[in-house]
Design a protein around this ligand. Structure first.
Ligand SMILES: C[S@@+](CC[C@H](N)C(=O)[O-])C[C@H]1O[C@@H](n2cnc3c(N)ncnc32)[C@H](O)[C@@H]1O
Length: 260
């Protein structure tokens, strides 16, 4: 089954394809307090909700990058209905290939829930630091271990122990790269249940309404396996948070962390 078709179906009811509630997304946008006309980039922007809110709240201008043709089409469709987001564009491409026309260009650079693009959490921070202005925001969403994962969970989920760190090590990774951790927005169990549960809900609905889809069996099997893995182990094993870092203004950067 085509990967992006799969994710397009299971995230049909999701405004944001991550375990963050709408209330927390609103808080994130408010806390950013961006200057008017801020320049922003969101790598793995999904359906573009975060960028659209930045445009609506701050008249932000910039670009969203995502590899899924389905999400980019959804994001562009939303844009057509919004005059307030005229400065935003969406591009379908691999985020790893994105090169801004100049370094340290953006008031905000984000990658919320797709750190594999840059080889993990530290690589993502490094890439975003190169995009953000001194004093600009570096925003990442990343899982973390709530407890030591069992062998059974790792086997069932296909996740490796070293893929993720702890909440503390996620925060520390930014500090090590010269960022200030300003705030965290941590998903509750309810946020994670909602994110996972909506996938089961849409899959059941899709199966009812698309009985002739040749991918249906694979879709249902994958979602059922993920559901069992989540309920049995994942719910108590893995958490998720958005880390709000700020690149240090030049005035108090150490030489080691000064932008090139
Ligand atoms: C967990 S979702 C998060 C989406 C979005 N940040 C949000 O919070 O709604 C992961 C996103 O990464 C995108 N993605 C996966 N691999 C990618 C890549 N190599 N380059 C760009 N986007 C990618 C997927 O299409 C998906 O939209």
């Amino acid at each position: 089954m085509d990967t992006w078709k799969f994710y397009n179906i299971i995230h049909r009811e999701h405004l944001v394809c991550n375990p963050i509630s709408e209330e927390k997304l609103t808080r994130l946008v408010e806390l950013l307090s961006l200057p008017t006309d801020a320049q922003v980039v969101d790598i793995a922007c999904g359906k573009g909700e975060f960028l659209i809110r930045l445009a609506e709240t701050y008249s932000a201008r910039g670009t969203g990058i995502d590899i899924s043709p389905f999400y980019i089409a959804d994001a562009e469709k939303r844009l057509e209905t919004l005059t307030s987001a005229a400065g935003i564009t969406f591009t379908q491409m691999n985020g790893a290939d994105f090169r801004p026309d100049e370094p340290h260009k953006f008031d905000l650079a984000s990658c919320i829930g797709a750190s594999w693009i840059f080889g993990g959490h530290s690589g993502t921070l490094e890439a975003l630091i190169r995009m953000a202005k001194p004093g600009g925001w570096v925003i990442v969403g990343e899982p973390y271990w709530l407890q030591e994962p069992s062998k059974e969970y790792l086997e069932a989920s296909g996740v490796a122990r070293e893929d993720f760190g702890s909440h503390f090590s996620n925060a520390e990774a930014g500090e090590r790269q010269g960022l200030d951790l300003v705030h965290t927005i941590v998903s509750s169990k309810d946020d994670r249940d909602t994110y996972e549960g909506l996938q089961w809900y849409v899959t059941a609905e899709y199966a009812r309404t698309h009985p002739d889809d040749p991918d249906l069996l694979e879709l249902v099997e994958r979602v059922e396996k993920a559901r069992a893995t989540y309920l049995r182990w994942g719910r108590d094993t893995i958490g998720w948070a958005i880390y709000m870092f700020r690149s240090r203004p030049a005035a108090y950067q150490t030489n080691e962390h000064k932008p090139e």
